[in-house]
Ligand binder design. Structure first.
Ligand code: FDA
Length: 408
């Protein structure tokens, strides 16, 4: 069996893997990136509706979910979004700022992939695509292994058959479970377990929420209709658009809340978060105008009609006691809904949980119990909110790892 050696092997040619490889390559290390997909960075290509929300102007540790909330701080502060913006500006990428500090490519996400590929080319990174890894072995220090000179020996398979490649440093950048149609696998978790690391239980994140029964039927009837709401779940609130679908609810506010939702729990919607609904109702009562006419200015006619069917305000507004209006406003602003389940990994932008960060150095991303083994990007138990935070974690964790490897 043919055998080769590299200083560094990076498994996963996604956002984190490409970023790490280029940086390590610039430091003069020989680097091989291995991926079982035919093309690099499939998720970047489809992200942000094809325009990739590649970072955010305002990134803090509070934008991330991780069992150890301090874990992300070091990497994020050493590689802030301004550093990535500087990189893409150097390559002349045209981008635009949207609401809440989100940055998107102006033309297409593939422009960003091209930048990362160019960086890898300039840094002399080699690629081995359409290749699967069938075995990962660590070679104990001092032990001579036939055909291998490094600390890790990987058995790989491609269309030409099996072969082995060894390396000193092994970087796992294989992402998480979301979007299996884009070749997402649990490979990173398997390697972590092999080397005695724990896995925080995983579940789909940034995902639509499905309903059953009455609400499923009602939302299905209004598929495609959107409205703004403040959506709250487990102490977190997000004020963005909500979109009705044939299975339930989607849209940015729902995706955000889904990161905090657990089965059996409610989410609460307040579509009137921008107004004082009780004050509006009292003013309508005084002026003799109807709530229906007010609502049809607030929303489209279809949405306003549906709302009045769902939340009946019985009787003439002028004759209703203030206490009834108070109750009604309270009900409309605390619309509690019980989703039945999420849309699953097929529809989830990210995966919550992953390799437990207790076993990983927050400075270098190296496994504390296994020298030379690194985990970066989404494979870790780090999940960002919607808004470019997940890519920013991919870039920052990759740079934390590459800085450490570059110094070896
Ligand atoms: P990533 O998934 O990018 O890369 C992993 C690589 O490993 C892949 O190339 C895969 O083929 C490879 N791999 C997996 N298993 C392997 C195996 N067994 N052997 C070999 N190779 C293997 N985030 C954001 O910040 N802004 C956004 O706009 C969006 N939009 C978005 C849309 C959609 C539809 C999705 C699904 C996701 C997003 N995201 C996002 C999330 C973002 O895409 C995600 O967090 C990053 O891509 C994670 O980067 P990684 O490099 O960790 O994994």
């Amino acid at each position: 069996m043919e055998s080769k050696h590299f200083d560094v092997i990076v498994i996963g040619a996604g956002a984190a893997g490409l970023m790490c490889s280029a940086q390590v390559g610039y430091a003069g290390k020989s680097v091989l990136v291995v991926d079982h997909a035919p093309k690099a960075a499939a998720k970047i290509r489809i992200s942000g509706g094809g325009k990739c929300n590649f970072t955010n102007l305002d990134v803090t540790a509070e934008n991330y979910i991780c069992q150890n909330p301090h874990f992300v701080k070091s990497a994020l502060s050493r590689y802030p979004s301004s550093a990535f913006i500087e990189l893409v500006e150097r390559h002349g990428l045209e981008f635009e700022q949207r609401e809440l500090g989100k940055l998107f490519c102006k033309e297409r996400a593939s422009d960003l992939i091209q930048i990362l590929r160019t960086e890898c080319d300039w840094a002399g990174v080699e690629f081995q695509l359409k290749t699967s890894i069938t075995k990962v072995q660590s070679i104990p220090a001092g032990k001579i292994q036939l055909n291998a000179t490094g600390r890790y020996l990987l058995t790989m398979k491609n269309s030409e058959g099996f072969f082995e490649i060894s390396c000193e440093s092994l970087v796992i950048a294989t992402g998480a479970l979301s979007f299996p149609k884009l070749k997402a696998t649990d490979f990173g978790y398997q390697v972590a377990k092999q080397f005695g690391l724990e896995i925080v239980p995983t579940r789909p994140g940034l995902v639509p929420l499905n309903f059953e029964g009455k609400w499923q039927a009602r939302f299905a009837e209004l598929t495609g209709v959107a409205f703004d709401a403040q959506v709250s779940c487990n102490g977190k609130s997000f004020s963005e658009a909500v979109l009705m679908t044939h299975k339930g609810l989607s849209g940015p506010a729902i995706l955000q809340a889904s990161n905090y939702w657990l089965e059996g729990q409610p989410i609460t919607l307040n579509p009137f978060f921008r107004v004082d609904l009780l004050a509006e109702l009292l003013a309508l009562k005084k002026s003799g105008k109807s709530f229906a006419s007010w609502l049809s200015k607030f929303w489209t006619k279809r949405m306003a009609q549906a709302w009045l069917e769902w939340f009946l305000l019985e009787g003439d507004l002028a004759n209703l006691p203030d206490a009834v209006l108070q109750n009604y406003a309270q009900q409309c602003q605390n619309w509690a809904l019980y989703p039945s389940k999420t849309g699953g990994y097929d529809k989830a932008e990210v995966t919550l949980g992953g390799v437990d960060t207790d076993g990983i150095s927050s400075k270098t991303m190296e496994a504390k119990n296994q020298s030379g083994l690194y985990f970066i990007g989404e494979v870790l138990d780090v999940t960002g909110q919607l808004g470019g935070y997940n890519f920013q974690w991919a870039w920052a964790s990759a740079v934390a790892c590459s800085s450490a490897i570059s110094q070896l």
